[in-house]
Design a protein around this ligand. Sequence first.
Ligand code: ADP
Ligand code: TRP
Length: 332
Amino acid sequence: MSDNLSTSLKTRKILLSGVKPTGKPHIGNYFGAMKRFVELQDVYESYIFIADLHAITTVQNREELVNNTINVVLDYLAIGLDPKKVCIYKQSDVPQVTELAWIFNCLTTVPYLMRAHAYKDAVANGKEPNVGLFDYPLLMAADILIQDADVVPVGQDQKQHVEIARDTAEKFNRIFGPAKDGASETFKLPEPLILEDVATVPGLDGRKMSKSYGNTISLFATDDDIEKVVMNIVTDSSGEHPENVYAIHALLKDKELLDNLYKENKGKYKILKEMLIDDLQDFIRPIREKRQKLEKDKDTVLEVLREGGRVARERVEKKMEIVRDKVGLKLS
Ligand code: ADP
Ligand code: TRP
């Protein structure tokens, strides 16, 4: 960690996002979302946390949660998220977040939360949602508002949750007014930064690459795995070139160069696939090797989280002092 992470996080706009620790990432996750965090770390003062408290709304297995939490940190460090630039922490290491979520619970009505998608979907699918799932958006509002986030990069599916955070900030500001310290409002209104679907990566079968379709290429695949999966890509043999082979290849290579190669090898599907294999192997190898190195040094991962947690706690405690004062939980 830097001689001091808190001093390197300075006056830029604040970015915050949470990542749920779930399973192994694939190249669709990388090009659609993960890569953006790495690009944005140089633009914003960034806070990225592992949403383990959100995860326990569904994952209720100690081993799985512990492993997934460590794994997601390894994944992000391997792709280049730099703990000297970004505060990386574990949500549950910052208990002020749950404290704030409780305060928000008391300002929010049940019918309002019943309109949230995740809850509505669960009910529509005949599930009996737990209270945690019902309350999910307010925990997320606390994550965001406690850090004074300006921008929240999320997928389209999370946009409503950022809107709920904005509503909640407005409601708190309306009821309790501005902070004593001269700030105009207690909470800032965050903006969603929607991770656009420009790079919807197709899977092996041409549908969107997704864990739930089992059509993925792992971001940490071995050279052998890459060869096997690429050879298994289902291609439509009627076209000039196999569309989904091309679409995956386009993520890795300059368009002009790629178009020339595909022109030269029109109709030669096997050769085109072999070229994709080479490029995918070259792309994945360094990330996979970096991850393997980090895996052997678990203490580094734990230290990143410890230091990130320390910085995050120190920061949000200042905010919570203001909030407790506004609400009347602080007596002097
Ligand atoms: P999955 O569909 O594999 O379960 P998630 O829903 O967990 O993936 O997605 C995590 C992030 O990765 C989201 O921000 C999502 O937009 C992005 N993502 C997932 N699949 C793709 C894809 N095929 N192309 C582009 N982005 C994707
Ligand atoms: N709910 C987000 C998801 O399912 C994860 C998350 C939790 C989050 N808290 C957040 C994202 C705060 C952005 C900001 O992916």
